[in-house]
Design a protein around this ligand. Structure first.
Ligand SMILES: [Zn+2]
Length: 286
């Protein structure tokens, strides 16, 4: 113990108090990946097992937030987690999929296409290529979650709700974080024994009991494409306008009304993310 140790503790507690703002929180990403892994074909399950790093122990969910952890080390990857529209409730790839410098394709939809294309080389891969394909799998799994977080396809002027200060019950928070984590955390505390496994089970039950008829439509891509992020992004900005931004302007106190009406949307988007990640991986590893 000593000064140095205390400093480290301070840094760790600051990190816990102010988590990095990006994508579903750890539990949201874990839910998407657990759902996806439970729906893989035999061939896709084998390929995922081969590609996962050893420390993941064949649990895709445990490495689903890796892309957030390397966001600063791989500085180039930061713009790949989201899309900004010019403050309109619709999305167009050619108009909106670019980074700050205007480089085209550098957004979460472009990243999903890119890592899908990389993974399609799996069957011809050398060991060097396999290394990169591990990263491709982790990026794809993470970005499929991100694109389903409504405020990851948000308005440019407020950075997807990152500049809108609200209160979540009594706590000051930015709107973006409400959708990354707060709704999920409150649901876990109140409904799921503070346990992410119970949340995963609840979403799985929704998929089986309530949304079964919708699954084929969620899974299908037009024109026999392997993945279709433009559809996911279009749904995302619509959900952002209809549910996330609605009634949540600067200074709003968000509490039970907002929580109860938005939780089903969060669960739906987690379910769609998981189902589509599985469908995409099943098409990649045929
Ligand atoms: Zn992310």
């Amino acid at each position: 113990m000593g000064y140095r140790c205390i400093n480290l503790l301070t840094i760790v507690s600051l990190l816990l108090l102010f988590p990095v703002i990006n994508g579903w929180g750890i539990d949201g990403h874990l839910t998407v990946c657990r759902i996806a892994q439970s729906r893989l074909s035999e061939a896709a399950a084998d390929a995922v097992k081969q590609l996962l790093p050893e420390y993941a122990g064949n649990d895709l969910g445990s490495v689903c937030s890796w892309a957030d952890e390397v966001r600063f080390r791989f500085h180039w990857s930061a713009p790949l987690h989201f899309i900004n529209t010019p403050d309109v409730c619709n999305y167009k790839y050619t108009r909106d999929c670019e980074d700050d410098t205007g480089e085209k394709g550098r957004c979460v939809a472009g990243a999903i296409n890119n890592y899908t294309t990389q993974l399609l080389t799996y069957n011809s891969g050398s060991s060097q290529a396999d290394n990169n394909l591990t990263e491709a799998l982790l990026f794809l799994s993470h970005f499929m979650g991100d694109i389903h977080q409504p405020l990851h396809v948000g308005f440019a002027s407020d950075k997807g709700g990152n500049t809108i200060d609200v209160h979540w019950y009594r706590r000051k928070q930015v709107l973006h974080h409400i959708w990354d984590a707060s709704i999920i955390e409150t649901a876990e505390e109140r409904l799921y024994n503070s346990n992410v496994d119970d949340l995963v089970d609840a979403v799985q039950k929704n998929i089986t009991n309530d949304w079964a008829d919708l699954i084929p439509r969620w899974e299908t891509c037009s024109l026999n494409k392997t993945t279709c992020p433009d559809i996911y992004a279009s749904e995302g900005i619509k959900a952002a306008c209809d549910w996330a931004y609605k009634g949540a302007t600067e200074g709003t106190v968000l509490e039970d009304d907002y929580f109860i009406s938005r939780l089903p949307i969060v669960k739906l988007r987690l379910a769609q993310g998981g189902v589509r990640l599985a469908a995409t991986l099943n098409r990649i590893f045929q």
